[in-house]
Ligand binder design. Structure first.
Ligand SMILES: [Zn+2]
Length: 145
């Protein structure tokens, strides 16, 4: 399918169909009443809530990758709200074309409008260089997933 893709479009005959009703398959997005929250979804939601609850009061960076305005109420707006509400939190938003961050977050938010892979490499290299320049040989920064 990827080879047949032209730009962001897939030929209609390659779109998978439902084995029950024959309807076209669609992305699993929280955009209507058909979003499925099964066991694994709830487990992941629990891990996410634990992470957030475990970092209140700590210096934390929310790294947002490729989240646009398709369903901004799921990640994008909550991230902005959390940064607004937690003084030690900051937001790094990587998005090609939709990287703007609210001015109200001031220096605690940065939007990087570019290729995510290259941007992450640049951030990593800069972090490692600064750590080296500061003589910081210990790993003091915790990176969570
Ligand atoms: Zn169906």
């Amino acid at each position: 399918m990827n080879q047949a893709r032209k730009g962001c479009r897939v030929p209609s005959d390659l779109v998978p169909h439902c084995p029950v009703c024959g309807g076209s398959m669609a992305m699993h997005l929280r955009c209507d009443q058909y979003f499925v929250e099964e066991e694994h979804w709830h487990e992941a939601a629990g891990r996410y809530a634990s992470f957030l609850n475990g970092h209140f009061g700590e210096k934390t960076v929310l790294l947002e990758l490729g989240v646009g305005f398709n369903t901004p109420t799921i990640i994008r707006f909550p991230f902005e709200k959390m940064v607004r509400e937690h003084e030690g939190w900051s937001l790094v938003r990587l998005n090609l074309g939709e990287a703007a961050v609210p001015d109200s977050l001031k220096e605690r938010a940065v939007g990087i409008n570019g290729d995510i892979l290259k941007s992450i490499g640049d951030i990593r290299n800069r972090f490692l260089n600064e750590r080296r320049e500061n003589g910081d040989t210990e790993r003091k920064t915790r990176i969570s997933d």
